[in-house]
Ligand binder design. Structure first.
Ligand code: C2E
Ligand code: MG
Ligand code: MG
Ligand code: MG
Length: 294
């Protein structure tokens, strides 16, 4: 009966909830030692020029190589770390790893490549964020143009003025600012109005159905790309998985993408080996390709 079914579902849900709570507790118990033991790993996912398939940059993504649980994706620990603020330390750790890797490559005479890191919401509101980032790139002697910052839409609209000032300072220093997951929250336009960013990352998962011309998602994406052009911003589509998506994106003049269609996130050493192949990399990086097509 319906009643039995809902009681049963409730029991299943309750079990899952308990399992999640236990897991969260375990994660919190293990986090300090994980940082000390350097169990957090940086994975790299290339960003590509869709016309040539060549690599124009990459995003650094955290993983937790847990001694018993194996490789844990960020979706399983970031929510807990946002809650207890441990994300501040994990973000710093990842940023430093990226700076160290860039410095090592440059010291070895290799060509560096722009790498973006994620800045958690919590970190965005830390008073010393600017100082932390600046002293990091200074310590490792990294051109801030090579160290890009991905920030996420925020619902704290009342802090927009503060955020706007922080972002302006970071930009003035030379960091490139990317707005991550554009369109997934409910304050995208608001943020675009008040925060001076350089790049919009448009999530393909925003599209639910096919882009057959009847789908509003496609129209909205197309409008975002045109709006970006007017605002003099780059657009990178993320979560690109299929050839059809590539064709659609090119048809709306979006030329940069990140997604499984091109590369999955990979360990740091695999990434550096990959870009050793000069054929795979676009040395000019991202240029405006939207041109006069509007
Ligand atoms: P994000 O910053 O939007 O990163 C993109 C996510 O999409 C990554 O998931 C990536 O693996 C995934 N992805 C890339 N291409 C595809 C595709 O074609 N299809 C699908 N289905 N997914 C794709 P990941 O690595 O699991 O990270 C999830 C989120 O965790 C990130 O989303 C970001 O919000 C957060 N995150 C990751 N690393 C860090 C970090 O170091 N610090 C902070 N604060 N957050 C991080
Ligand atoms: Mg990101
Ligand atoms: Mg994203
Ligand atoms: Mg995303």
């Amino acid at each position: 009966s319906v009643k039995n079914k809902s009681v049963k579902n409730y029991a299943v849900y309750d079990q899952k909830l308990r399992a999640n709570l236990i897991l969260e507790q375990e994660i919190v118990n293990d986090m300090e030692s994980a940082l000390e033991n350097r169990e957090f790993k940086v994975y790299m996912q290339p960003k590509c020029d869709m016309d040539t398939g060549k690599i124009v940059g990459a995003e650094a993504l955290v993983r937790w190589q847990h001694p018993e649980k194996g490789l844990i994706p960020p979706s399983e620990f970031i929510p807990a770390f946002e809650k207890n603020q441990f994300i501040i330390k994990v973000d710093y750790f990842i940023w430093e790893e990226v700076c160290r890797e860039l410095r090592r490559q440059i010291a070895a005479g290799k060509r560096p490549i722009p790498i973006s890191v994620n800045v958690s919401r919590t970190n965005l509101y830390q008073n010393d964020l600017y100082q932390q980032l600046v002293s990091l790139v200074e310590r490792y002697q990294i051109d801030p143009a090579l160290f890009q910052l991905e920030i996420t839409e925020t619902v704290y609209a009342r802090n927009m003025e503060y955020l706007s000032k922080v972002v302006d300072r970071l930009q003035a220093y030379g960091f490139t600012i990317l707005m991550d997951d554009f369109g997934s929250g409910y304050s995208s336009l608001n943020m675009l109005k008040d925060i001076h960013i350089d790049v919009i990352k448009l999530d393909m998962r925003f599209l639910t159905g096919e882009t057959d011309g009847h789908d509003k998602g496609g129209d909205i994406m197309s409008s975002v790309v045109r709006m970006a052009k007017w605002l003099n911003l780059y657009v990178i589509a993320e979560g690109v998985e299929t050839e059809q998506q590539v064709e659609f994106l090119l048809s709306i003049n979006c030329h940069y993408a990140q997604g499984y269609y091109y590369y999955r996130p990979m360990p740091m050493d695999v990434f550096w080996n990959l870009i050793e192949d000069r054929e795979k990399v676009d040395d000019q990086g991202m240029r405006h390709k939207m041109g006069d097509t509007f």
